[in-house]
Design a protein around this ligand. Structure first.
Ligand code: FAD
Length: 405
């Protein structure tokens, strides 16, 4: 039995173990994770791990020695299949029951799959785990043409790396623009142009009919209009489904994620949830439950729980932020743009360095900064202190954002 049992050894779970040690939690901590590997950084999977610039050693979240610390046990390659909140135990897929004092659910999500014929053929890949990427890299030698399905951050990053690796890339997006869930149209158009300039055949408003098969492998993608795009590999990046089954079955409130309060407590006693799987009301968002899929959210929620479990509870109030690397472009976002009623362009996209600033009733609520690290640093501050600013002044690059505070 563990004083604190953490389910999921990804960003949130690992950071929580780190924080508990930093805050001198003296009890016994167990971390149980479904993946066989030591916990690693996920963002490089679609960036410099896939491109071959970083190897596994360089993406570890903590060196192996950290996991040998006193009072800490990492159980790898095991999955929690059921939770008994009354008995305070979890069941694992190898038939064991493990007791806990407090349980922290940090399970992230699994990639959403296509639902059409051929969705599970060899040669069709998702982008979530080290194993996913290793499988993809193992097929790279025989791969010349790739179809990427989904124009979200993951699909776009994969497309950028594959161009660097000199593969032919077709990217298919069902919506009229890429990044439609997260970004304003000027940003979407900018990234569409960048990808096309780098040789990606990027097509929007296209629907996939099925994956074509040849000799038991994916050989192409058939579109709704009947045309077929030949491919040696198909990469699917169409979002994730949060891994919350066992908790919901145990009676926790939720559905698309498990519902948590400002201290990351679920509706079940002594059970917390953090990271991609936690649905919360963000103080910088609308009054609605949302899930954030970012390292920032997983890390800051991990700190919230570590504080709560060491007798110093403080609500989760961090400004959301995120980054994405594509080609030589670094995108950094701060705040939440949902519900914005105006946006301001600061700088010229043609210079490949600019920011898109979102306003809600005159208050800066979010920024997307492309190769504009200063705007990001000070813009995040503007979001945090909820600054009202004139659009003309925000757009004026002669005025530093820090002077608008
Ligand atoms: P995860 O890190 O996914 O960890 C969850 C772990 O729980 C997994 O290892 C899983 O196997 C395990 N698990 C699940 N169910 C069970 C179970 N029942 N029992 C035991 N273990 C279980 N974010 C950014 O901010 N910037 C980026 O540039 C960025 N790039 C990304 C690129 C890729 C390719 C991906 C996939 C994600 C990226 N993200 C990025 C998102 C970021 O990685 C996630 O938001 C973050 O990993 C969430 O942490 P988490 O702890 O909630 O989940």
């Amino acid at each position: 039995s563990y004083d604190i049992l953490i389910v999921g050894a990804g960003h949130g779970g690992t950071q929580l173990a780190v924080n508990l040690q930093k805050l001198k939690f003296g009890g016994i901590i167990g971390v149980i994770g479904a993946e066989p590997h030591l916990p690693y950084h996920r963002p490089p999977l679609s960036k410099d791990y896939l491109s071959g610039e970083k190897d596994f050693e360089r993406i570890l979240l903590r060196p192996e020695s950290f996991w040998d610390s006193e009072g800490l046990t990492l159980m790898r390659g095991r999955r929690v299949t059921a939770v008994d909140p009354a008995g305070k135990t979890v069941a694992t897929d190898d038939g064991e029951a493990i007791g806990y004092g407090a349980l922290v659910w940090a399970t992230g999500g699994t990639p959403r799959l296509l639902t059409c014929a051929g969705y599970d053929l060899p040669g069709v890949h998702t982008v979530r785990t080290l194993s996913d990427i290793n499988a993809m890299m193992g097929e790279m030698d025989r791969t010349k043409r790739v179809v990427v399905i989904g124009g979200g951050y993951i699909g776009l990053e994969a497309a950028a790396v594959l161009r660097k690796l000199e593969r032919d890339v077709v990217l298919l997006e069902a919506q009229p623009h890429v990044l439609s869930r997260v970004a304003g149209e000027p940003l979407a158009r900018f990234f569409e142009k960048e990808h096309r300039d780098h040789g990606v055949d990027l097509r929007t408003s296209v629907l996939v009919d099925c994956i074509e098969e040849r000799d038991g492998r994916a050989a192409g993608v058939r579109l709704a209009d009947g045309s077929v795009i030949e491919a040696d590999m198909v990469i699917v990046g169409i979002g994730i489904v949060p891994e919350v089954g066992p908790l919901i079955e145990a009676g926790a409130k939720g559905g698309n994620g498990v519902v948590v309060d400002a201290f990351c407590r679920t509706s079940l006693r002594d059970i917390f949830a953090i990271g991609d799987c936690a649905a919360h009301r963000n103080i910088y968002g609308e009054d609605a439950l949302i899930r954030l899929e970012s390292v920032q959210n997983a890390s800051d929620m991990a700190m919230t729980v570590a504080r709560a479990l060491t007798g110093n509870p403080q609500p989760y109030e961090a400004v959301p932020w995120f980054w994405s690397d594509q080609y030589d472009l670094k995108l950094q976002t701060a705040g939440l743009a949902t519900g914005h009623d105006a946006h301001v362009l600061r700088g010229d996209p043609a210079d490949r360095s600019f920011s898109l600033i979102y306003l809600k009733r005159g208050v800066v609520c979010a920024l997307d900064c492309v190769n504009a690290p200063k705007d990001f640093v000070f813009g995040r501050k503007l979001v945090e202190i909820r600054v009202s600013a004139e659009p003309e002044r925000l757009a004026d690059t002669a005025i530093e954002l820090k002077d608008l505070m």
